[in-house]
Design a protein around this ligand. Structure first.
Ligand SMILES: Nc1ncnc2c1ncn2[C@@H]1O[C@H](COP(=O)(O)OP(=O)(O)OP(=O)(O)O)[C@@H](O)[C@H]1O
Length: 627
């Protein structure tokens, strides 16, 4: 049997080599034969990216599964592989037919008679080590051995894809239609991040043209997290997805946070304050508009200007669009005056008049251009302006809290969120066809709006765990968070099977749950392996030495100040000293948490931070208390 499989593998590898040669040849000839530069460029880019996709993992496992029906079978892999005659030897895991590979089960075989999973070495090129058959006509009590091996495999580098072992409930989320937004509440290690990334890859495959145009954005909590997940999408053949932190989108702050002021600045009422502040820049016209045009003087009376401005204001457009609409309407009124004399206006006339000095002067007086940093600098430093905008919205004490003594253009992280809000009130920012937001429980309402305004016409995949909320404004419930994200009606789904953390470790961490003040379904682990020690190991050096006797990655997690006291001699390439506040979303084979009480005491939501730290372990957790 294996020999037949090896023959098939050779056929697939030959076909893949042919595809790669062919793609490279097309890059060269495509550049030569294209009729013009634009076509050459577009074609070249397309072919190059295809060649790059094919070349990204030429020696990896070309498929991971097989699905048999009565009369035919499909091999399923990360990408479609065809031979020189065009016959498909491997089907892309995202193709509609592949859905049954993930969904078929003994209870509902969906016409599939057998499912085969292949085992591969981690070498380059990957070697086929064997396979495992599941007869879908019979019920299994035992989970698949290959699945168990994959889940329990020691982690070394960054996160890998899970395409070979996506579970039915995960698959359903991955394949949700593009026009539907989702919110996934999942305890530690339930595969939220994996599901979000695979959904992005699935949507790109299924709606390639549309999403290539509108773009897909992944938002993660910090650069370390983005590095951790960076390899997943390229391995799935997707190289054109933007992965960003919020601060990549907003810019770098120059001022430190101010907790009291930040509480007000991140409050959703600030959106109303800023909207009022921008509306307040619009004023009633002073005087008629008079435009000399050749021998005549065209005139728009003050009352007509006021009526026009009032109507446009009621349309609630972004400020800049409002200004341009006012310009167009004024120009229209002037054009009608010319036309009523039997003369005609053309494109050149419209251009000239709409930009002429008197029209510009009226626009500047009635509907001035606004720059976000000017508006915010004034608002925060001028109590009267702030009081006008915040009247009935913020209390006097809250206004005093965010007031700054001087007009300044240096901004804190919270100010950058406000600047983005103002920019969004002035004009629509670039919008994405789909956005995946990870660790979304930590976003403040105002940060949620940063995402929402970049997703006006698209859909969202929102991932998070309320129990892992560590920011000062972490969400207490998902419906409210989804409303801030602009998708109040999105369904909320829970993932509760943990694939990372062994049961013994998860049960220990879950003891913190009642103290975390959120209501989330408990996560149960699929892993019976793993180990936990609490207060058994006397010091960090001993714990690290013991950890190094196992395979895989090791993290020592503690507060920053505690880490500074750790003897650097214990460092090995496999050991990461990780401040607790940067642990989110990451995983390590062996985790050593030092002085949990210090982690709890270091910040207001220290218990949640500790919960995050304790749930990073794939195999072993040591909890140490040292002096
Ligand atoms: N179906 C699966 N097959 C194999 N491994 C899986 C599967 N689902 C998840 N995993 C693995 O479980 C681990 C945790 O997944 P992931 O990081 O996506 O979880 P998470 O819910 O985002 O966790 P956290 O909230 O703790 O950051 C990863 O190593 C992932 O590869």
């Amino acid at each position: 049997m294996l020999s037949l499989e090896l023959l098939y593998l050779q056929r697939v590898r030959d076909a893949l080599a042919w595809m790669l040669d062919h793609a490279r040849m097309r890059v060269t000839t495509g550049e030569q034969i294209a009729g013009d530069r634009y076509t050459a460029e577009t074609l070249g880019r397309m072919l190059k990216s295809h060649a790059k996709e094919l070349a990204s993992e030429p020696d990896g496992p070309p498929y991971f599964g097989r699905m048999d029906y009565d009369d035919h079978r499909y091999y399923i892999g990360r990408r479609r592989i065809t031979d020189a005659t065009g016959a498909a030897l491997v089907i892309d895991w995202r193709a509609p037919v592949s859905a049954r590979f993930y969904q078929a089960g003994a209870r509902n075989p969906l016409g599939v008679t057998a499912r085969r999973r292949y085992g591969w070495t981690m070498t380059v090129p990957a070697q086929l080590t064997g396979f495992e058959d599941e007869d879908l006509l019979r019920e299994y009590a035992e989970p698949s051995r290959l699945l168990t091996e994959e889940i329990e495999r020691p982690r070394v580098g960054p996160m890998r894809d899970i395409v070979a072992t996506i579970q039915p409930d995960q698959d359903e989320l991955v394949r949700t239609a593009l026009n539907r937004s989702l919110c996934i509440q999942g305890g530690p290690g339930t595969g939220k991040t994996a599901v979000g990334l695979h959904r992005a890859a699935y949507l790109l495959y299924t709606h390639r043209e549309q999403l290539k145009r509108t773009g897909v954005l992944i938002v993660g909590p910090n650069p370390a997290f983005l590095r951790h997940i960076a390899a997943v999408l390229p391995a799935l053949g997707e190289i054109d997805i933007r992965q960003r932190t919020l601060s990549d989108l907003l810019g770098t702050p120059q001022l430190a946070d101010d907790p009291a002021a930040d509480t007000v600045k991140h409050d959703p009422r600030m959106a109303a304050v800023l909207a009022a502040a921008i509306r307040a820049t619009i004023s009633a016209p002073i005087g008629d508009l008079v435009v000399p045009d050749g021998s005549v003087r065209l005139r728009v009376p003050e009352a007509d200007l006021a009526r026009l401005a009032g109507r446009i204001r009621a349309e609630n457009l972004p400020h800049e669009l409002g200004r341009e609409r006012l310009r167009a309407r004024i120009t229209g009124l002037l054009a009608r005056q010319i036309e009523s004399r039997g003369e005609s206006t053309g494109y050149a006339w419209t251009q000239r008049i709409s930009r002429c000095k008197p029209v510009k002067a009226v626009l500047d007086q009635v509907w001035p251009k606004v720059r976000p940093d000017d508006l915010l600098a004034t608002l925060l430093s001028d109590p009267a302006t702030l009081a006008r905008a915040a009247d009935g919205i913020l209390t006097a004490a809250e206004q005093a809290t965010i007031r700054r003594p001087r007009r300044s253009r240096r901004w804190s992280a919270a100010d950058l969120v406000l600047l983005d809000e103002i920019a969004g009130l002035i004009d629509h920012p670039e919008s994405f066809g789909h956005i995946v937001v990870d660790e979304a429980q930590d976003l403040s309402p105002m940060e949620c709006r940063v995402i929402a305004r970049r997703n006006r016409h698209g859909s969202l995949t929102v991932l998070g765990d309320l129990a892992q909320g560590t920011s000062g404004w972490a969400a207490a419930d998902w419906p409210a968070q989804m409303a801030h994200l602009g998708r109040p009606d999105a369904p909320i789904t829970a993932l509760t099977r943990g694939f990372r953390v062994p049961a013994v470790v998860l049960n220990y961490a879950n003891r913190l749950l009642p103290a975390l003040g959120v209501s989330v379904p408990a996560t149960t682990s699929v892993r019976a392996d793993g180990s936990l020690t609490v207060d058994e190991i006397p010091d960090v050096a001993t714990a690290v030495r013991a950890a190094l006797t196992y395979e895989g990655s090791i993290a020592v997690i503690a507060t920053e100040s505690r880490l500074a006291t750790i003897n650097p001699d214990i460092i090995d390439v496999r050991v990461t000293l990780l401040p607790a506040h940067l642990a989110k979303g990451l995983e390590f084979d062996h985790v050593i948490v030092v002085n949990p009480q210090e982690i709890i005491d270091a910040e207001p939501r220290g218990q949640n931070r500790l919960y995050v730290a304790l749930t990073r372990a794939v195999s072993r957790l040591d909890v140490l208390s040292v002096l």
